[in-house]
Design a protein around this ligand. Structure first.
Ligand code: MSP
Length: 507
């Protein structure tokens, strides 16, 4: 059975920033983890390419909208590649097949009687691509774009969202559509209880969009076009169809939860299509305490961060900084601290110390032991945070989407292995008790093999480097299967000290 995981499709005219990277890294971690569990994963990300904002920017750049988006979409693909993201497909809403599917989706909504033409009058913000209400405005301006919205009146097609209020409340309440974290579910239920208004789903003056079926003078509202990507992708890429297997997890930040938790499910209910299983909204990043914005110029570029710290460290630092779901703060300095402390100082140091000791005391080979490896304290003990415990904590954290807890589990295991070295003092044992020395070093090598497996979804490149050094064959395959991790490291395995995993940072 496929596991279907999505990120939002990002507006193509934005440069990929750390906020987009956060959602995408989280989705990639889940995808890699489930793949390693032998599940067939379909992981979708991509770009949202229609709308007035994009047409205007293309015009300013002296290009056709299509030329413009064709130049921009690869920026996202490139950024995700640099970050080690392995999505199954990169989706673009200008894909002609998507356009056809969106049209027929909307036509079906109309045929089922869920669309009506009405006059609409409102305050339209081009930056948001939506009408704002008076209460949204601050000093008469859009709070996000600092511009006065324009009064517009037009005949629009409306989706009869209000018809779905009761059913949405019911399916969200009983978790048939699981919205998490729980406080977000309650927020949505609170808003739903206040009533639902029908929503306009077409535009008269936006040419750069998908034509409204049966009325080419209008285009389909960009958000409707975008949401349908999750459905059309299953048809375009011929994976199990949405009808048989809807998305398991839609990941996003809280800003667009309403679209995913209310509007999208209502559209699906209208067509008797199955609902996604889970919609998860994480929090928002601020940069060194300040809201990220192009005007302030504090937008963190994932490409630059990857150049400085490497993809794995950026992935780790993003997830490690604050619990997944909450708002939090990030900065280059914070990533640097994680890099030096937990990664270079913790993990890197453990690998280099242990491989050096294997070289020094055992000619580069994993030593023989006389005791049962199962009983090694790094594997099984009450006093030491061992790798069996780490596995169960890690698994639980993934299932509950507590990705921050995954990083904590890894850190605790690495720390306990480093502490074990300090306590055992192999350099003393070397002179007094060769058996005990072999036992200590064997257990450390065994734990490192498990660390290589455990860090794989978050630190895929580092995981492979450790696997090369400690000959973890299963991890060097194209599709590692975690089942292969459960055997003990073999005595006699030749360990090659790896190059520095986390090199000293240049100023
Ligand atoms: N195109 C729509 C989504 C359509 S999905 C059917 C869109 N795109 S966006 O480019 O604005 O991206 C929004 C998403 O980017 C957020 O939900 C989140 O995943 C990510 N983030 C953007 N800024 C962010 C922060 N400051 N912090 C964390 N994530 C943020 O909305």
């Amino acid at each position: 059975m496929k596991k279907y995981i999505t990120t939002p499709i990002y507006y193509v005219n934005d440069v990929p920033h750390i906020g987009h990277a956060y959602t995408t890294v989280a989705a990639d971690v889940l995808a890699r983890y489930y793949k390693s569990k032998g599940e067939d994963v379909f992981f979708l990300t991509g770009t949202d390419e229609h709308g007035a904002k994009i047409a205007e920017a293309a015009c300013r750049a002296g290009k056709s909208p299509q030329e413009y988006v064709d130049e921009l979409a690869p920026q996202f693909e490139k950024a995700w590649k640099a970050l080690g993201i392995e999505s199954s497909q990169f989706f673009r809403t200008t894909n002609p097949k998507h356009e056809e599917i969106v049209k027929s989706f909307v036509k079906n909504l109309a045929e089922k009687g869920f669309i009506e033409k009405r006059k609409y009058e409102g305050l339209y913000c081009v930056g948001c691509e939506k009408y704002l209400t008076e209460s949204d405005l601050v000093d008469g301006k859009c709070p996000d774009h600092k511009k006065e919205p324009v009064k517009q009146s037009e005949e629009n097609y409306f989706f009869l969202l209000s018809k779905f209020q009761d059913r949405l409340i019911e399916i969200i309440k009983n978790d048939q559509l699981l919205i998490s974290p729980k406080y977000r579910k309650n927020e949505i239920l609170g808003k739903l209880a206040q009533g639902l208004e029908d929503v306009s789903i077409s535009r008269e003056n936006v040419e750069w969009g998908i034509g409204f079926p049966g009325d080419e003078s209008q285009t389909i509202y960009v958000w409707v076009d975008a949401l349908i990507n999750y459905y059309s992708a299953t048809k375009i890429y011929e994976v199990e169809s949405w009808e048989n297997h809807p998305a398991d997890i839609h990941l996003m930040a809280k800003d667009i939860l309403w679209f995913h938790a209310v509007i999208w499910p209502a559209m699906l209910l209208a067509l008797d299509l199955p609902l996604p299983k889970q919609v998860f909204a994480h929090g928002f990043f601020t940069i060194a305490g300040v809201k990220m914005s192009k005007t302030i110029g504090n937008v963190l570029d994932p490409n630059k961060l990857v150049q400085k710290f490497g993809a794995d460290a950026v992935r780790y630092a993003l997830l490690r900084e604050f619990p997944f779901g909450e708002d939090g703060d990030i900065s280059e300095e914070k990533i640097e601290r994680r890099y030096s402390k937990e990664l270079a100082g913790g993990l890197g140091n453990l690998i280099s110390r242990v491989s050096a000791m294997v070289e020094k005391y055992f000619d580069g080979k994993v030593p023989e032991v006389t005791k049962d490896p199962e009983t090694h304290p790094l594997r099984l003990s009450n006093e030491i945070y061992n790798w069996k415990q780490t596995y169960s904590d890690f698994d639980k954290a993934i299932v509950d989407l507590k990705l921050y807890d995954c990083t904590i589990a890894i850190e605790k295991l690495v720390n306990s292995a480093n502490k074990y070295i300090e306590d055992k003092k192999p350099w003393v044992l070397a002179n007094v008790d060769k058996d005990e020395l072999a036992w200590a070093i064997y257990g450390l090598c065994d734990a490192i093999v498990q660390i290589a497996w455990l860090v794989n979804p978050i630190l895929p490149n580092i995981s492979v480097k450790i696997a090369e050094a400690f000959k973890v064959e299963g991890l060097l395959k194209e599709n590692p299967n975690i089942e292969e991790s459960y055997s003990n490291i073999k005595a006699g395995t030749i360990i090659v000290k790896p190059n520095q995993l986390f090199p000293r940072l240049e100023d």
